[in-house]
Write a protein of this length. Structure first.
Length: 424
């Protein structure tokens, strides 16, 4: 039986050689990225921004640091330096530091001079071919599921489309549905038929799944609602504002209509044979109601819509055991560990041990970077490889798995399962 150290080394070798499918990204096109003039704050955007707010950085200063292209590197360093040491050892910053070191030779920021050096290095590398250098060469990612855009470069991405606007009956949804169908969406039935037609057209153009992130706005229990009740509420929207005035009905007042539309989207996902991806668990940034995103709220959907495949994004972190029980009990529920390795490697390792015990091997997706900055995917992937090697080396050393079985789990989680689930 291999020792832990021997198993860890063998599994890391497997992981480093493995070409993977990345289940979740939010990347702009390479053309949009290289058109920017980024500075060192790029590496502390997105999730590190959340940690800066948590550490007490005023939101106005944090927004200026991340988003104000007119501010100089010196001004940005003055804004962030009082808070940098407070977040520098967290896993969000750890992934950023790993990527900084890999691509730009700077492992931490100790001074303005480091911030200036990192800025120069980022700009020098911000050229066509950046995505190939990072995604293909450094990360060995065959393909990433990118969330939001049908027009992404198919060399790197396959699209998954957000459905929040149609569930929330936003004005943009009415515009898109009517533009595609050519028919005013003046009734609920017309709205749903236009939605079905639009998503069919997206599927024909390569759409690989649907996603909603409604847990940022409400809880995840979507109750059965009769057509008559949903229609009455839809009629109020169209009669009182035709979808153009967001305040016609309050957000919570529209909840039954949202519930009804989510149920119809479950049916459409099954018709198109694409997975329905749902944000579960911790929300990004600050001041959210975390309990809204508990995966257990979703139990009635896989029970009611047995032909629909449901992907619990982020595996319900920190309620991973709740999500794992759903995946164990329902054949049509899958766990996606996107973002999980980054939120807390320690929690990820602890829960991975239980997931391997609980959930069949073909239902766990092992990595999604969940970033809008391409270089940072590498740092997250390093954390994920370490977590996976650690968990499976423990199980090999304990005699629970053979080394070949551990390697089979890695191939399944990182390549075979997402490729099969999304038909890529």
């Amino acid at each position: 039986m291999p020792t832990y150290d021997n198993a860890y080394a063998a599994l890391m070798e497997t992981l480093e050689a493995l070409e993977i499918v990345d289940s979740h990204e939010h990347l702009p096109s390479e053309a949009a990225r290289v058109a920017q003039t980024p500075d060192f704050s790029l590496f502390f955007s997105h999730y590190c921004y959340s940690d800066l707010l948590s550490a007490g950085m005023p939101k106005a200063d944090a927004r200026r640091f991340i988003f104000d292209s007119a501010s100089s590197v010196e001004e940005k360093w003055a804004l962030v330096s009082p808070y940098y040491s407070a977040i520098a050892d967290g896993s969000y910053a750890r992934a950023a530091h790993l990527a900084m070191e890999r691509f730009y030779g700077i492992s931490r920021l100790e001074s303005l001079a480091d911030a200036e050096a990192l800025t120069r290095a980022i700009r020098a590398n911000n050229t066509p071919g950046l995505y190939r250098r990072v995604l293909k060469e450094a990360c060995r990612i065959r393909l990433s599921l990118n969330f939001g855009n049908l027009d992404d470069d198919p060399e790197f991405f396959a699209p998954v489309i957000f459905v929040n606007p149609v569930v929330e009956t936003q004005p943009a949804a009415f515009e898109a549905l009517e533009a595609h169908s050519g028919v005013p969406c003046t009734s609920l039935d017309r709205y749903i038929e236009a939605l079905r037609g639009l998503l069919r057209s997206y599927h024909a153009r390569g759409m690989k799944g649907l996603k909603h992130s409604l847990a940022y706005m409400r809880d995840l229990h979507f109750a059965p609602v009769t057509h008559a009740d949903a229609e009455a509420m839809f009629n109020r929207l169209t009669e009182e504002g035709y979808g153009w005035r967001d305040a016609v009905l309050g957000y919570q007042e529209r909840r039954p209509l949202q519930d009804y539309l989510v149920h119809r989207l479950c049916e459409i996902a099954a018709e198109l044979d694409v997975p329905f991806v749902m944000h579960t668990g911790m929300q990004a940034h600050d001041r959210h109601r975390a309990d809204d995103a508990r995966p257990g709220h979703l139990w009635n959907l896989p029970l009611r819509f047995t032909a629909t495949r449901f992907v619990l994004l982020h595996a319900g972190f920190p309620w991973l055991e709740d999500a794992a029980m759903l995946a164990k009990q329902y054949p049509n529920v899958y766990l996606d560990l996107a973002w999980v390795h980054l939120m807390s490697p320690e929690i990820a390792v602890r829960e991975l041990r239980a997931i391997v015990d609980l959930v069949p091997m073909n239902k766990v997706i092992g990595f999604g970077g969940d970033y809008c900055v391409v270089e940072k995917i590498y740092g997250h992937l390093i954390l994920a490889r370490r977590n996976l090697a650690r968990v499976f080396a423990e199980k090999v050393a304990a005699g629970d798995l053979t080394l070949p079985r551990a390697e089979a789990w890695l191939r399944a989680m990182l390549r075979e399962n997402p490729a099969h689930l999304y038909a890529v």
